[in-house]
Write a protein that binds this ligand. Sequence first.
Ligand code: SAM
Length: 248
Amino acid sequence: HGRLWVVATPIGNLDDFSPRAQETLKKVDVIAAEDTRHSGPLLARFGIGTRLVALHEHNERDEAERLVQRMREGVDVALISDAGTPLISDPGFRLVRAARAAGLTVSVVPGPCAAVAALSVAGLPSDRFVFEGFLPAKSGARRERLSTLADEPRTLVFYESSHRVRECLEDMVQAFGAERPAVLARELTKLFETVLDGTLADVVARVAADPNQERGEFVLIVAGRPEDEDARLAEGRRVFALLREELP
Ligand code: SAM
């Protein structure tokens, strides 16, 4: 049997293309890419001449079955997306599921992922976080989604594209309050990498003041809901009562 390799590619800086990722893409028989016109030049630049097939939202169901059949016949396949880690707000879930269901080995060549990269420089609690990916494009649905997240205590991670980042931040102020700590990570690993931090109100103000801050690709990270004051006071009273029993 052939094997499926899930391979991460850079999210901007091409020096983040790992040696193992390059070697894997050279040695497999076929690369399934989200957009062959996008990946072609990148692969050519690294001397990777492997045949490309398209695997995107619209053909994934059929193409996954076809690729699984080929792997059964001994063909090795690598899956890549336009940037970063496949399946993370990118196609590939159906292919991986189908390969696993067929009993094929699925191996990972891990690497860049914008969500993790942003979280690692945000300075917001990262012990527990929720990846929300892209919010709905329409404002009504977006506000509804945000309102369901208002009480979430874990750090929230969102993806956003340039034409909606400001609207999205403004909706977050409404849903989470102006004082919620937030980080806007823009163009990570690229020339104009910028990481803005502060309250949601601060971040909105800084984006509003500088149109350049609306350009590019973004990860938006918002702190979870703070433990509420009542719960903290109750916990304080509980600890105090325990101590009073123990102390002389
Ligand atoms: N699979 C990718 C990954 O591993 O991060 C994500 C693909 S998703 C279609 C594209 C989104 O990821 C962008 O709209 C943006 O939110 C985020 N993103 C990708 N590259 C980024 C970068 N260099 N800086 C900030 N965000 C980025």
